[in-house]
Design a binder for this molecule. Structure first.
Ligand code: F6P
Length: 476
């Protein structure tokens, strides 16, 4: 069997970084590699002076972890700059937050070239390469330029917007069209995949066989939809066990019989945390009978704090929490408990199971695994209610949740009231439907589905190679 090389910016190297920090991408890739072994290659998490970037290799439970340092200057341009001040906002439909500089873009391309060099140095001819997320859109092109002809797939964990938003990215062809050097490009939802196909067809006039198969130079590039899932049965077991853990019991005791609503998000503007807190403020204002009877726990580890927009947002959220607690709180009751510390997956599973409702209301999200994990962790005999943004990728599968528009605070307040008042029969019915759908797409099958699609023989191109190649050459 061919060796699988997974490439992502973050790598969850065992015994480092405390697992507690792990975001969605690390969780799903860890789960994939646990089953398939192979190599996981990416950033070491360290920034160092230029010229001192080291490569490290460790082996653990059959997986080889290869990581590289990045120089401080490169990291600033590549990660804090182009990836997170240009690509992240634009792909999350936030043109108002975009900040483009040629210097950041050059840094992003430079780091992709550096990753291609390092990856090529340990590549074998029949390795299958699987690249993840917006940090590495042009990595396949950098590898192809070096003569690498292996199968290379790409999966985007975050949303992919419509052409009219995407084309606000200066020199978008240089970055987006370079995706055509992959053999397979995967997305979370049909909507994302269709937006990419529209971009290639309408903006780039790329020749195609159908909406999922494009003729890209000498290769055929296919588009697929692979929604990320969670380990349903394992997470239910974890929730059951974790609800008995001392730290979780202490939280429950401290509620003094009040219901708990939970929110868990990285501190990121895409998560809609500020609007959600304002909706909770409306809820306390409009549904007075719940005052003193419900506590909203928002767990929000800090993230990307070196970027100005993140620091500004942190200050605004702090102000909102202070205002709501000051206005509605009592000596014996704090309406919003706001915690910036990250929690282990076990603690989260226990807290999910102990919460009457979850507020997962991003303004835009590729998938959102908190939504799915909340459902998985519930007690089927007494489940809580998922309140979910219609703009999260998870909404496609989670139609039985209470779907809300995160911009409509009155409607969100009504949804909170509905969730807290919902009779047991309805809670069970909604939970049963959610578990059924989510179990059909358990994360166990996600990676193998992608690799099977990637390694399937490509359909034969219908355009003369030279003509097809000119579409890509024009963009470079
Ligand atoms: O897909 C986006 C994502 O990789 C998430 O999976 C993860 O939670 C987050 O971004 C981590 O961001 P960063 O690597 O910048 O801390």
């Amino acid at each position: 069997m061919a060796r699988i090389i997974v490439v992502s910016n973050r790598v969850a190297v065992p015994n480092r970084d405390g697992g507690a920090r792990a975001g969605g991408l690390e969780v799903v890739l860890r789960s994939f590699l646990k089953r398939n072994q192979g190599v996981w290659f990416g950033w070491s998490g360290r920034t160092v002076p230029k010229g001192e970037e080291a490569i490290r290799q460790v082996k653990h439970s059959g997986v080889t972890y290869i990581t590289t340092d990045i120089s401080r200057a490169d990291f600033q341009d590549y990660y804090n700059g182009f990836a997170n001040r240009m690509l992240w906002p634009i792909l999350h439909y936030r043109l108002d937050l975009v900040e483009f500089t040629n210097r950041d873009m050059a840094g992003y391309l430079r780091v992709n070239e550096m990753f291609a060099d390092r990856l090529q140095s340990f590549l074998k001819p029949d390795d299958v390469i699987w690249v993840h997320d917006y940090h590495f859109l042009p990595l396949a092109k950098a590898l192809r330029d070096r003569g690498v002809d292996n199968k290379i797939g790409f999966f985007l964990h975050i949303p992919f917007p419509r052409t009219d938003i995407l084309t606000a990215l200066p020199k978008h062809e240089r970055i987006i069209l370079s995706l055509c050097h992959y053999d397979l490009v995967g997305f979370q939802t049909d909507n994302d995949a269709n937006n990419f196909a529209d971009y290639l067809t309408d903006e780039c006039r790329m020749p195609s066989r159908d909406r999922r198969t494009f003729i890209a130079g000498i290769r055929t590039m296919r588009i697929g939809v692979f929604p990320v899932g969670v380990e349903m049965a394992e997470f239910e077991r974890l929730g059951r066990r974790a609800s008995k853990v001392a730290s979780v019991r202490e939280v429950v005791r401290s509620l003094a019989d009040r219901s708990m609503i939970i929110g868990v998000d990285r501190l990121d503007y895409s998560k809609g945390i500020g609007l959600r807190m304002r909706a909770f403020e409306h809820f306390l204002g409009n549904y007075a009978r719940w005052r003193g009877a419900v506590t909203y726990l928002q767990i929000t580890p800090r993230s990307r704090s070196d970027i100005r927009e993140y620091a500004d947002m942190e200050r605004r959220i702090d102000e909102t929490v202070g205002r709501v607690n000051g206005h509605y709180g009592e000596a014996a009751w704090t309406p919003i408990r706001y915690v910036n510390r990250s929690h282990s997956r076990t603690a989260l599973a226990g807290l999910y199971r102990s919460s009457r409702a979850a507020l997962v209301t991003p303004l835009r999200d590729g998938m959102n695994l908190v939504a799915k994990e909340y459902v998985a962790a519930q007690d089927p005999q007494d489940p809580g209610v998922l309140i979910l943004s219609r703009f999260a990728g998870a909404a496609v599968e989670c139609q039985a949740a209470l779907l809300v528009n995160p911009y409509d605070q009155e409607a969100m307040a009504a949804a909170i009231d509905q969730a807290l008042s919902m009779p047991l029969d309805e809670r069970k019915a909604r939970h049963g439907s959610l578990v059924k759908v989510l179990s059909e797409n358990d994360i166990k099958h996600w990676g193998s589905r992608f690799i099977a699609a990637l390694t399937r023989p490509a359909p034969v191109a219908t355009l003369p190679r030279a003509a097809a190649a000119s579409y890509l050459a024009a963009a470079e």
